[in-house]
Design a protein. Structure first.
Lengths: 892, 114
């Protein structure tokens, strides 16, 4: 046996080939056997055949051998790869330790970018991506009434309409109705002397829980029997309620609680995560449909939810339900202009504007990450330039370029991983802060966490980031000019120039991204400011509001209710520091549970009046003055407008202008209800200024007000104007309430400023967040631009020194450098403005009274960025021009 | 060797291969030839099981392989016994011989075979 000569080795140049080797080995064996056979006397053909026959099943054996060898080869390659990788990691770590300043800066920059992205992604994940906690949540659909008369796409139903929809449709598996209720709760708590509490609750049909698909933790939910008169004194509790009120008693089923004065037996407890229809819902009661309600097609008070049949699409369901509604429109004139609007529950919970806001955030942090990557890429380019010698040596010693690039990439991924780890820590801390200041009405915010999915996505982003900023520097570094690199202190000019163009490109890109982010933030800021300037129609400062709901069971007589609130207003007004008190049925309208059409005395029925609905409100005298709403004509209510006196009503300006355009509405009469109605005629005694009843952004509505004495509702919003901070008088007011009725709780206590802030909370939150990211991007971008200019200037130190020595004016040199730098910035700003014009239309739904291409914002951002980049270019330029020419000439 | 297969057979074949390589590296054909010559053709290696067996002993690190040139300048794969293989051979050979010796004694004991 002899060694394989070198030239034969080249036959295996491309690496071991297991298949060919097996063939060779078997071939050799057969040939040896054949020769033996020939030597024993067979002729060549016979010898070969005998050899093959003796060997056995060539195909099977050959296959077996090939499989074995292939597996072994693969294992070997894996091992080699692993050891190469381990070597790369060790090498990378050592290289980073040698340049700690670079490593620190790079890691911190990356941490900021990756951390921000991780934080926002975890919010997006919890709020938008994660499915709702109901089985098959995509099949759950909110069934709204499309109220074309009032332009409301999400209105609620009457019971007869609901029942018709339920029985006539073919697309829903089940449907259920529900509504919101508030309960004064007493009893049941561990100590006997517990405070009466106010909880939010709901009433529902028996099908609600089966529709949602969630089983109770203890006991059971409703059956149809529970919804009959006399059997409905039952209640299902939330987990939270069970824990706080009943002390998590495992034998809670069967105990009783007093809700709104009525004894109810607890029949079930829901599991912890269950909260429908609102996050605050703590108790569910069955609803008994009275015979009158069965006929009341125009009495709207029911929310409806359904579960689609498997395989039925939302579009098909929408078509089917619309058909049914059209039939009902024809059958019952009172249903005219009422349609159906189906919204899937996931889309309902997280509405389009919140989704838009979150996706905008994600885009913003992605931009921040890109800017951070560009900074680190620049840093790596500089570093690569200073390692040219080391790389040159390795190349000269025969290292493969691919291997070198792989090693450099490993280094940058390692850097990214460190940045990612720090980033996750930053994200965790940042989320704690974020969730602390986030508005309460962003759903599912309590579920935001850095869970395995988020970590997985972060890991992927980290690795992609590492490759992104490391690839080009690695490719460049592995291709240096060998001769000049190996020379002492070599730095080739040609390589430098190529790198320069890349740097300038990166800087321009960074500037562009910063522009886009700043424009976005600026638009949101302008929207918010515009919103603040909306005239509300009343004086919001120093107003305390709360709701008081008298239980019908204990206030069955109307005079009782009137007396309670009258006394309360009197007593409250007597408290020192109180400048006025009053009450209204609701301050802000969120739905229209109480709205109706109306008929004007002496006017013929016209279609446009017929289709208009107005809210009915009840106010105590003194409400308007307390709120600071001006009187435009006529008078306010007085104590004389009581239950025995003729019916009176006050309307707002917009309604007066619309329906009594050229005449004085004072003295005119109208009544609620259509032509067939028999509500009493009311005389208009006053016209007040408009109040924005549905928040900043909705248009002004018509408003009608009756005196509380003539419309004694049990639940009112109580308002108090205070001299100082309204929240300091909460205890005093509460004391007066308790003095009148010791079992009466107050709830939803807030100052008007708090309520208004709550209305714009989401907007403010989005604005602040986007502003913060834009600010972060600006800082990173400025650092980037500064870094690039510094580097470029440092490269030309010799040239600058020469020019200075030859008598050039430092000022002119500074000007030259700054001009070149500003050219890059200008390109960046231009690209950024173009990008902003294209992209801001995506956030149009978040803007208020501001165009996505608002010129003022674009101009402001341009100016800011021009100034900032000017500074970032000027500082290094000036430093370079101040250098001693001799030092500059001697420097490398 | 043309009888039933099984672990015993595989182990025995491995043993024979290791012994064959004790004298020095051989290619696969050489191993087969040596066994046939040494047993004076009593044992004829089923060539189909030889090469898989060679792979098996190589997997157990008793044997290494490398490509070389044969006596007539052909490319052939040569197998070499390792230290580990040598000690395995020694211990297993002792076991085998003891076993064979015991069987032989039984068969030779009275009553005698016909």
């Amino acid at each position: 046996m002899g060694r394989v000569p070198a030239w034969r080795r080249y036959l295996r140049f491309r690496g071991p080939d297991p298949d060919a080797d097996v063939t060779d080995e078997i071939q050799f064996h057969l040939e040896m056997r054949a020769r033996r056979n020939e030597a024993a006397g067979m002729d060549p053909d016979e010898a070969w055949r005998a050899a093959v026959e003796r060997f056995g099943d060539l195909d099977t054996i050959g296959g077996e051998l090939r499989d074995h060898d292939r597996r072994r080869e693969r294992a070997r390659q894996r091992r080699e790869y692993m050891s190469d990788f381990a070597q790369d990691l060790r090498y990378g770590l050592r290289a980073l330790r040698r340049t700690p300043a670079f490593a620190l800066v790079a890691i911190l920059t990356l941490a900021l970018g990756i951390g921000a992205t991780t934080a926002i992604f975890s919010v997006v994940n919890a709020v938008i991506l994660r499915p709702l906690p109901y089985p098959d949540a995509d099949g759950l659909v909110m069934v709204w009434m499309d109220n074309r008369r009032m332009g409301m796409r999400e209105d609620i139903h009457s019971w007869p309409n609901y029942e018709d929809l339920r029985s006539q449709n073919v697309v829903f598996d089940r449907m259920a109705f529900y509504g919101f209720a508030g309960f004064n709760v007493t009893g049941g708590c561990p100590e006997e002397s517990c405070e009466p509490r106010r909880i939010a609750g709901a009433f529902s049909s028996a099908d609600l829980f089966p529709v949602l698909g969630v089983a109770p933790l203890l006991g059971r939910t409703f059956t149809d029997d529970d919804a009959t008169e006399g059997n409905d004194a039952v209640v299902v509790l939330s987990h939270r309620m069970w824990a706080s009120q009943l002390g998590s008693d495992p034998a809670a089923v069967g105990r009783t609680l007093r809700l709104n004065g009525r004894e109810r037996t607890v029949i079930g407890v829901m599991p912890p995560a269950f909260a429908f229809p609102a996050a605050e819902t703590d108790a569910w009661i069955p609803f008994v449909v009275s015979p009158q309600l069965r006929e009341a097609r125009s009495s709207f008070g029911f929310w409806v939810i359904g579960r689609l049949r498997p395989g039925v699409s939302l579009d098909r369901a929408q078509a089917d339900m619309s058909t049914i509604m059209r039939r009902l429109e024809e059958e019952y004139p009172s249903n005219r202009d009422y349609g159906i609007n189906l919204v899937s529950l996931p889309r309902q919970v997280v509405g389009p504007s919140l989704r838009a806001a979150l996706w905008v955030m994600l885009g913003a942090v992605a931009a921040v990450l890109l800017i951070a990557c560009a900074n680190v890429a620049n840093l790596m380019l500089s570093r690569a330039a200073s390692r040219e010698r080391e790389v040159g040596v390795r190349l000269a010693l025969g290292a493969g370029r691919a291997r070198l690039v792989r090693q450099l990439l490993t280094e940058s991924v390692l850097l990214a991983v460190f940045g990612g780890v720090v980033g996750v820590a930053l994200a965790w801390a940042g989320l704690r802060i974020l969730l602390g200041v986030a508005p309460a009405d962003i759903p599912r915010l309590d579920q935001v966490a850095i869970d395995p999915l988020v970590l997985g996505v972060t890991a992927a982003i980290t690795i992609v980031t590492g490759i992104a900023f490391g690839l080009v520097p690695a490719l460049r570094a592995s291709r240096p000019d060998l001769t000049s690199a190996l020379r002492e202190g070599g730095r080739s000019d040609t390589a430098g120039l190529r790198g320069n163009r890349l740097r300038r490109l990166l800087a321009a890109g960074q500037v562009a991204l910063v522009v886009v982010l700043l424009v976005g933030a600026g638009l949101l800021i302008r929207s918010f400011l515009e919103l603040q300037r909306v005239h509300l129609g009343f004086q919001p400062d120093n107003l305390l509001t709360m709701r008081i709901a008298l239980p019908v069971a204990r206030y069955q007589q109307q005079p009782q209710r009137v007396a309670f609130f009258e006394s309360l207003v009197e007593r409250a007004a007597a408290i020192p520091g109180v400048q006025g008190a009053g009450a209204i049925s609701t301050i802000f309208l969120t739905q229209t549970p109480n709205s109706t059409n109306f008929t004007i005395e002496g006017r013929p029925r016209t279609r446009d009046i017929d289709n208009v609905e107005v809210p009915l409100d009840a106010v105590t005298p003194g409400y308007f003055t307390t709120m600071g709403i001006p009187l435009r004509a006529g008078r306010f209510f007085t104590a004389a407008d009581d239950g025995e006196a003729p019916r009176v009503v006050i309307i707002n300006e917009t309604m007066a202008r619309r329906f009594w355009p050229n005449e004085d509405p004072i003295g005119k009469r109208f009544r609620y209800g259509g032509e067939e109605g028999n509500a009493p005629w009311m005389e208009i005694v006053g016209v007040v200024g408009d109040m924005r009843r549905t928040g900043y952004e909705a248009p002004v509505r018509y408003e009608t007000f009756q005196p509380h004495a003539q419309r004694p509702l049990t639940a009112l919003s109580f308002v108090v104007r205070t001299a100082g901070n309204p929240l300091t008088l909460v205890q005093a007011i509460h004391g007066e309430v308790r003095a009148l009725d010791s079992e009466q709780p107050v709830y939803e206590v807030a100052s008007m400023d708090q309520l208004l802030a709550g209305m714009v909370a989401q907007r403010r939150f989005t604005m602040v967040l986007l502003g913060a990211f834009a600010g972060l991007a600006l800082v990173l971008g400025v650092v980037g631009v500064y870094g690039v200019t510094s580097y470029l200037v440092a490269q030309r130190t010799k040239e600058v020194g020469l020019r200075l020595a030859l008598g050039a004016e430092p000022g002119a040199l500074v000007g030259m450098v700054v001009r070149q730098g500003m050219l890059v910035a200008a390109i960046g700003i231009g690209l950024g403005l173009a990008g902003a014009l294209a992209l801001t239309r995506l956030m149009a739904s978040l803007l208020y009274e501001v165009s996505p291409t608002d010129v003022a914002t674009l101009a402001a951002v341009t100016v800011v960025l021009a100034a900032v980049t000017l500074l970032a270019n000027w500082v290094p330029a000036r430093r370079a021009a101040r250098v001693d020419p001799l030092v500059a000439l001697r420097a490398e | 060797m043309r009888q039933d297969s099984g672990d015993l057979l595989q182990g025995t074949l491995a043993l024979l291969i290791l012994k064959a390589l004790l004298a020095g590296p051989k290619h696969g054909f050489g191993v087969a030839q040596w066994i046939e010559d040494t047993t004076a053709d009593v044992l004829r290696i089923e060539e189909g099981s030889l090469y898989p067996a060679l792979r098996r002993v190589e997997d157990r690190a008793w044997v290494t392989s490398e490509w070389g040139l044969s006596e007539n300048n052909r490319r052939a794969k040569y197998y070499t016994l390792t230290t580990k293989g040598r000690s395995h051979l020694r211990s297993q050979a002792a076991v085998w011989l003891r076993y064979a010796g015991a069987v032989t004694r039984v068969l030779r004991a009275a009553p005698a075979l016909g």
